[in-house]
Design a protein around this ligand. Sequence first.
Ligand SMILES: [Fe+2]
Length: 307
Amino acid sequence: MAIQIQPLDDKLSFGARVTGLTSSLIRDEAVRAQLNQLFEDRGVIVFAGMEPSPEAQVEVSTVFGPLKDHPVASVERADADKLLGVIEIKSGPQACVVEIDGKPLATWQPWHFDHAYNNELNRAGVLRSIKIAEDGGRTAFADGIQIYRDMDPAIRDKAEGISLLYNLDLRYTEQRFGLPDNFRVIRPHASMLHEETKDDPCSIHPALWTRATGEKVFHMTPYGCRGIEGDRSDKAFALLAEIWDEAMRVIKPYYHEWSPTDMVIWDNWRVLHEACGCNPDEERIVHRTTIKGDYGLGRFEERRAVA
Ligand SMILES: [Fe+2]
């Protein structure tokens, strides 16, 4: 008995699809090592044909490292008492609704990496779709190594050496670049997180970084971005917009259509992801686990003096 591994798409620089992963194989040290190597090489693994339970999700997740509880206390936990770190993301009457090209979308989120607002960047996330929307609800992934390689070097060089500021103000009305054309907010986030965290220091992460294996990674997001370290001017945002637009010109995403027996893990230090949004009239529920770790390059601004 062994797992089967295929590329997600022959045309993509990343992603693998694994089938045949049973509970007993998950406990096999050789299989665990094989999966970790695959994850390092390919950045995204789709596990197909898995048992659709939170226990199975935690079992798969812990192959890649210890779980980490979510840094935001108000994010809903799926199994608060027994399974640390399974969080629930769902659409519903409180969900933000946006419109892109005339189509209303709930649970949409732009390309981003998780925990940008934190100094520590989790190693990975694992998603499982509990209630799948019939209209939309896809999750997209893109490879920061591919984006870096394909960008026009003249623009890419402008990202060299700069670090971005992030916080938990995730309101699209405050987002300064990287929103789609023909975009508007129909119903804003109900959360007051931006207000509750407005005095917190921003996190700082480099726009580009180099993996231990030598590849350079494009790794920035407009989501919650408050500017460049040392520069929050309009000019700084114009530069970020120029870099971001070039990245979006060359990006080659993989769009995942969910099945109830899928689990997907992505490398949060390398891969950007986007929630493509779904019809606001449908309920969509996703469970996510978070794998602990850190790439060691994030930090916080000096805390502002409190008067
Ligand atoms: Fe995310």
